[in-house]
Unconditional design. Sequence first.
Length: 262
Amino acid sequence: MDLNLKNRVALVCGASKGIGKACAIALAGEGARTILCARTESLLKEAVKEINDSGGEADYITFDLSNTGSIKNLADRAISIYGRIDILVNNAGGPPAGEDLSFDVSAWEAAFKLTFLSAEELTKHLIPDMIKRKWGRIINLTSVTVKQPINGLMLSNSIRLAVIGWAKTLSQNYAQYGITINNIATGYTLTDRVRQLFKSKAASADKSVDEIIEEIGKTIPIKRMAEPSEIASVVAFLASDRASYVNGATIPVDGGYSVSTL
């Protein structure tokens, strides 16, 4: 299927590794000129080189998305590279793991900035130009926790739902301008972050991280965790004209892990 992304311009956040990097590679592979954003310049350079060496076109911006007061600068820099942004992939990783009422106010505020405000502020600064051109795609990478809370992820279980409500509201207001806004609720995916989250679980169970990954894989109907490229394929579809009538949706890409019917 030709997704017709040639000459579209995409900004992918959290793109130095994991799902974000996979999204940047997928979009570039479909012909989009792609800007990668993350905190670690060395990893961004490696990812951009990988894309460009494969025949794609990519550039990067080093930026910490938790610095929400400077996100307008990020938006302006991104537009300056290729002249516009057609596709925005909001992705900031996840807040720290932890249970119940153990977090203080500063932890909640930091998680809210990273998980919610980074997406809200970046969208706010990029959507006016999309309105002028009557075309845009905003895709928020979130988590299966918005469908089914996961033990030990109190911050994620709580704040990611705010992203869903915000995105649903925007999707009603901006569809008339040719802009679609959707969310992907990712399930367990084989990334560095997932391995990090499983370290304490493995230690307490006196098992290896790989053993924990195998055990959790068995709880998923497909019987394994996702590869980042499998999430990225859905992002590329939502970014294309082929998905022009998909709007305001939260799409689980979790191998059937969530038992919710909606």
